[in-house]
Design a protein around this ligand. Structure first.
Ligand code: AMP
Ligand code: MG
Length: 419
């Protein structure tokens, strides 16, 4: 550790919430770009969009049946009307319908002029008279507007259909398409450079010596960044020298975010931290959490840099606490944090260290209240494969009793069949 860093950062590690707030304050939603509707899902609208016209655009039938003037219906008796034509969805409107007349109408067809109600086909009898003319009869009372969808009933012209700062999902895409739009302006996806550091690391797919370790974090972060909505660009493995780390991070063009793993531990070479101190700025170093105390945050040229611990499990948890929110903020999300809920914990949890503890959990949403099983005590394989949430144990809680309510952060894996 250099003397400068010892002076500035040798004190108490920062708490998780303060560290996250400081990191989030250092990034802003990226500029907008115009994308096709299907590509906008999961992104955040950069503009308010208002309805250019009424929806439905014209008054039309909600049912298959007969369009009539409600005033033609006999109150408390049988009504018989002459059928003068038929109209289906996609047809232009018919001639004026007069009292005593009806038009056969299909769902979605424009309501003919002179009519204001539709009697469902199931409620009518259709018959021909001796001259071959078609008649329809029914016994029901017909209020004006029966089975009719009025123009502008769903959305009226000028109404906001998508707000700036809100996520675009399937419903927004459907609304935009209903107004004939093909593209939408959303915040650009962050380009995130990822670098693994460590003399012991070799890339999967290459030859490993007995003392070497396959680089797990590049693959892990590629997935996590993609799940968060970013675009990952791996720049390989750097040996633990400031020169090699710096040369790999001097990536052009300057990315929107840099995430490194390894080289931030106390007693390690501290190389990532030293690179930030010497070549950029170091704003945060060490956070009071478990796993993952050695977290660094700073800047290199214009890029924010998040330095995560090398242990893959610690890298995973710290990415979810800091890397994911940074990416979500760059994407324009107003609330970039993981969603949280409460659940009943199936086993006791100990938190001896006085740090905020994140325990991998398996959340079962098939019962009410939801239950969560801590996976901390189990094997690495079991833990990582069944993890779909993180149990969030506060710093000052030393023991969580079995059966008590805990806060859990919900992960994307909740949507997979985790069992
Ligand atoms: P460090 O944070 O560099 O001190 O690394 C902590 C532990 O994680 C060491 O046992 C490293 O070998 C291991 N480690 C660091 N980076 C990686 C990686 N990319 N893939 C797998 N293991 C790693
Ligand atoms: Mg290392």
């Amino acid at each position: 550790m250099s003397d400068a860093s010892r002076l500035t950062f040798g004190g108490t590690p920062m708490n998780v919430d303060d560290a996250l707030l400081r990191m989030l304050a250092a990034v802003h939603p990226l500029p907008a770009e115009q994308v096709a509707l299907h590509a906008a899902v999961g992104r955040v609208s950069a503009q308010d969009i208002s309805a250019p016209f009424d929806l439905p655009p014209f008054t039309n039938s909600a049912m298959d049946g007969f369009a009539i003037a409600s005033s033609s219906a006999v109150l408390g008796g049988r009504t018989t009307l002459q059928v003068i034509g038929a109209i289906t969805a996609g047809d232009a409107t018919t001639a004026l319908v007069r009292p005593g007349q009806a038009v056969r109408i299909m769902t979605g067809a424009p309501l003919p002029p002179g009519t204001d109600a539709v009697v469902r086909l199931e409620e009518t009898d259709v018959h021909r008279d001796d001259s071959g003319a078609l008649h329809v009869s029914f016994d029901r009372h017909v209020p004006a507007g029966l089975n009719v969808r009025l123009a502008g009933e769903s959305i009226s012209r000028g109404e906001t259909i998508v707000r700036a700062g809100t996520a675009v999902g399937a419903p927004e895409v459907a609304d935009l398409a209903a107004f004939g739009l093909t593209h939408v302006r959303v915040h650009r996806q962050p380009k995130v450079v990822i670098l693994s550091t460590g003399n012991e690391l070799v890339a999967p797919g290459t030859q490993r010596q007995t003392w070497q370790v396959f680089d797990t974090n590049t693959a892990l972060l590629q997935v996590l960044i993609q799940q968060a909505g970013g675009v990952a660009e791996a720049v390989g493995i750097a040996r633990d020298t400031p020169e090699e780390i710096l040369s790999r991070l001097m990536h052009d063009p300057v990315p929107d975010l840099i995430i490194t793993t390894g080289g931030v531990s106390v007693g390690d070479f501290d190389v990532v931290k030293d690179v930030l101190i010497r070549e950029g700025t170091l704003e945060i170093w060490r956070v009071r959490m478990k796993p993952g105390r050695p977290v660094a945050f700073g800047r290199l040229r214009a890029a924010p840099v998040l330095g995560l611990p090398g242990n893959p499990h610690a890298a995973h948890i710290t990415f979810l606490q800091f890397g994911r929110p940074l990416i979500r903020r760059l994407l324009g999300f107003a609330n970039p944090r993981l969603p949280v809920m409460t659940a009943v914990v199936n086993e006791a949890i100990e938190n001896a260290g006085g740090r905020r503890l994140f325990v991998p959990g398996n959340l079962s949403l098939h019962e009410q209240p939801a239950r969560v099983t801590p996976l901390g005590q189990r094997s690495q394989r079991n833990r990582r494969q069944r993890m779909n949430c993180l149990i969030d144990v506060p710093e000052d809680v030393a023991f969580v009793e079995e059966g008590s309510a805990v806060v859990v952060q919900v992960l994307d894996e909740v949507m997979y069949p985790c069992g």
